[in-house]
Design a protein. Structure first.
Length: 353
């Protein structure tokens, strides 16, 4: 039986930052994740994708963000159960919980924080008859290593942020990038749309809209795609390619968590965002992309904020008779970042009632 103060389900950025905020309150954390390494989607799906909305980082690769978070929490020595999925949860008479994984590993904690991101997921595949024949032979649904596309001819399909961002990124990697979208309008960030149009104007991206990929062709591997334009003539374009990357998003599933008696809305867990991101079951919180509430934004920085407030509520739940004092890290310092204790005057202390 693994015992801890806060059991975190999900070791993505939000789950990892929870360890830091809990550590400042002297609370121990243990994390469960079905993936074999920490980092969630940032490690598994797009480690080389740049992220632009992390404060103080004009640009940071997703994999580097995870590495920095792991370095930040090292001093607090969290435990990890990796490669196992949280399967069942049982609430004991004293209000604590036992969470058991699909491999039978049991975890005991007074607080459970679900930080499972989008949950388990699989890519949405386009309805092309023979596309499965070319999976991992030129058709990829997830970009893990951009170097795979170095000096290659690449076609990307999609109209969201991933399609736009990767088209922009690969414009400096691939020999040829073609972006195909079934509409003239895009769903992604306006500045990304503008950047794609700028790259089109200087010949670094071929932009074909409104259009769809109708066929994929080849022998041992992908050799060409047939693009059908959505116009009156249904014009066809046969394009030689090395890689076709459909980026139509992920189909998320909560998995076993959906059967835990939590209040679910549109495949997300409803929480009380006016206080502490607690679910309808006292002692179980949901933070990051896995939760929902009025005005919810699925951003990493929002998950960080939710984790901070959740940890303060968790402290009060674990120690209901204690009045804790939160010290600013610039005042009290943090032990262990470089093997030393960073000290500072203790003049500025804020008491939280």
């Amino acid at each position: 039986m693994i015992k801890t103060d806060i059991l975190i389900i999900g070791a993505g950025p939000t789950g990892l930052f929870t360890v830091f905020e809990a550590g400042l309150l002297k609370l121990k954390c243990h994390l469960i994740d079905a993936l074999p390494q920490p980092g969630g989607q940032c490690s598994e799906i797009y480690p080389k994708k740049p992220i632009y909305d992390i404060p103080a980082f004009p640009e940071v690769l997703a994999g580097d963000l995870v590495n920095n978070l792991m370095e930040q929490i090292k001093a607090f020595e969290p435990g990890f159960t990796l490669g196992e999925r949280a399967q069942t949860i049982d609430k004991l008479d004293d209000g604590t919980f036992i969470v058991t994984t699909n491999k039978g590993t049991k975890h005991h904690a007074p607080v459970v924080a679900i930080a499972g991101g989008l949950g388990s997921f699989e890519p949405r595949k386009p309805p092309i008859a023979n596309i499965a024949n070319f999976e991992d032979k030129g058709v990829e649904y997830i970009i893990r290593d951009p170097e795979l596309y170095r000096d290659k001819k690449v076609v990307i399909a999609g109209g969201g942020d991933s399609a736009l961002d990767w088209s922009i990124f690969l414009a400096d990697v691939a020999s040829e990038v073609t972006l195909v979208h079934r509409r003239n309008e895009f769903r992604g960030a306006l500045d990304s749309v503008d950047r794609v149009k700028e790259l089109k104007d200087i010949g670094k991206i071929n932009l074909i809209t409104p259009a769809e990929i109708d066929q994929v062709n080849g022998n041992e591997k992908l050799e060409s795609v047939l693009i059908r334009k959505n116009n009156e003539a249904s014009e066809e374009i046969l394009l030689e390619v090395d890689h076709f990357i459909p980026l139509f998003g992920l189909s998320p599933k909560l998995g076993p968590i959906a059967d835990w008696g939590l209040e679910i809305e549109k495949n997300a867990i409803k929480v009380n965002n006016s206080l502490d991101y607690q679910t309808n079951i006292p002692g179980i919180y949901a933070i990051g992309d896995v939760n929902t509430y009025p005005g919810k934004l699925k951003l990493i920085l929002c998950g960080f904020h939710e984790a901070t407030l959740m940890c303060q509520s968790a402290y009060q739940r674990i120690f209901p008779d204690k009045k804790y004092v939160m010290k600013y890290t610039t005042v009290g310092g943090v032990t262990g970042f470089d093997g030393t204790k960073k000290e500072a005057p203790k003049a500025v202390v804020k008491a939280i009632n």
